[in-house]
Write a protein that binds this ligand. Structure first.
Ligand code: PRP
Length: 183
């Protein structure tokens, strides 16, 4: 789905699919360089990270493995609830693995703050974060992020895996959702 397909629902396109693909390629090259000689395990946080995970891996030139976790935070609203619980745990043991957690967005940081302490207790060889988008103005927890695609304003955004009530995840661009859609 392109922004033109849902134009009436959007206030503004922040990044086009081409801009996002270019930035993912840069981040992938950085990860390749940083982890040369070490195989990375990417952990995606469902559901939002699906698109970024798929694109990031295919842009990388090194071997890479993936696994998934599902954690609840928002529900269908537009604000973080602070409620964090594991709905689906990893399938693999991450002890002594080089792990990068892949997210679509860091908003308040509550989700990743919880997740990082949970994963650190499993003794990975290293543990870093890649997020496609980050809202610095919304941060409530300071989460150390090694790889950031784009910093964005504190608006309700959809696309590139980010949804509103389950919709718009398949929008290829990142856009601000028009208030009339969720008001
Ligand atoms: C989103 C996003 C992050 C989290 C970030 O997930 O994918 O996991 O919120 O918010 P925070 O920094 O305020 O904790 P969401 O709970 O909406 O689930 P989804 O990935 O299935 O859309």
């Amino acid at each position: 789905m392109d922004a033109a397909d849902v134009m009436d629902d959007l206030s503004e396109v922040l990044f086009t699919s081409d801009q996002i693909a270019d930035r993912i390629a840069e981040v992938a090259a950085q990860i390749d360089a940083d982890y040369e000689g070490r195989e990375v395990l990417l952990i995606g946080v469902l559901n939002g990270a699906v698109m970024v995970m798929a694109d990031l891996q295919r842009a990388m030139r090194s071997h890479v493995e993936m696994d998934w976790m599902a954690i609840s935070s928002y529900g269908s609203g537009t604000q973080s609830s602070g409620v964090v619980r594991i709905l689906k745990d990893l399938s693999v043991d991450i002890e002594d693995r080089h792990v990068i957690v892949v997210e679509d967005i860091i908003d308040t940081g509550l989700t990743l703050s919880y997740l990082m302490s949970n994963l650190a207790s499993r003794n990975p060889a290293s543990l870093e974060i890649m997020t496609m988008f980050r809202k610095p103005e919304a941060a409530e927890m300071d989460v150390p992020v090694r790889y950031v695609g784009f910093e964005i304003p504190n608006k309700f955004v959809v696309g590139v895996g980010l949804d509103y009530a389950g919709r718009y995840r398949n929008l290829k661009d990142l856009a601000i959702l028009a208030p009339h859609v969720y008001a």
